[in-house]
Write a protein that binds this ligand. Sequence first.
Ligand code: MG
Length: 368
Amino acid sequence: MRLQSLTLREIHLPLVTPFETSMDRVTERRIILAEVNADGVSGWGECTAGENPFYSPEDTETCWHILENYLWPMLKGRELTSAACVWPLLEHVRGHNMAKATVETAVWDVEARLKNIPLWKLLGGERAEIPCGVSIGIKDSLDELAATVQKELAAGYQRIKIKIKPGKDLQAVQRLRQDFPRLKLTVDANSAYCEDDWPLLKRLDGFYLMMIEQPLGWDDIFGHVQVQKNLQTPICLDECIHTYEHAEAAIALGACKIINIKLGRVGGHLQAKRIHDLCLRNGIPVWCGGMLESGIGRAQNIAMSTLSNFSLPGDVTASKRYWYEDTIDPEVTVTPHGTILVPTTPGIGFTPRLERIASVTARQVHLT
Ligand code: MG
């Protein structure tokens, strides 16, 4: 396939409910969509960078700049035998994984559409149905948190993850354990704690959590080794794992027992699959974390989550939890038993809604 053009669009989508973490409170997303055209066929990718460099060093602006001025010039006009060729062509740019994944995942969609097969089959996926959990942001009160959990369980979701930060942690877990003793519960700190918070982490160890996600610094693999050594609860790393080498180090050192794989954070499908395979060889289960994606990114996450070692419920959920109206047709829905049925149509398996996307586009550039 010959890469002919890249259209970047920045869309603005208000969230149904503001989402609060230890890093930020998000009410509206600014999302870059990439439409790559090759051999007359379009494929779509989504940038998962936040509006601010609080989760990772990248943000919406840096991704737009890197895509337009560095990545596309390295790709345009290229004749590729597979989407797997994209990552090596971009290696001269260090880091900027979210920008790279934006265009790389779009090329995977093109390849699958050209071959007339679902993307998940092209990636080697095996699951026709994926298990879903939800990620619940920090709430003002414990009653509001418990009511939200009740609502999500009624919708069928299989596990609940709550965001925590200092002062909004132990009481929340205590309350949920009291109200929902059998709940599959996890907590995500997004790097809000330091080694001095050890007594708190030790207390969390008594609540049968499925995992504690990323308690320490975003680049502190060594610190997590010390924590994991002294806790029964599995540590799951998210922010620390940007590359295959990070995953290799974390596993070899014993920094975690679970890894959360995000397409944007690791640079797209090729790298996600390498990390997935590494984890599989080492008995480390993985799951797909969410980045408040619109439908395009959600569809890409569904395809990745069909790989065999995505054995824990991920954060990929129904469109309506986040958006009044999504960017794809049909919208993503969840079965009453908390799963997503993987689409069987070619490519990402969902159709971008061009009129809807145009109506929320704030800027656009067509690159050839
Ligand atoms: Mg996380």
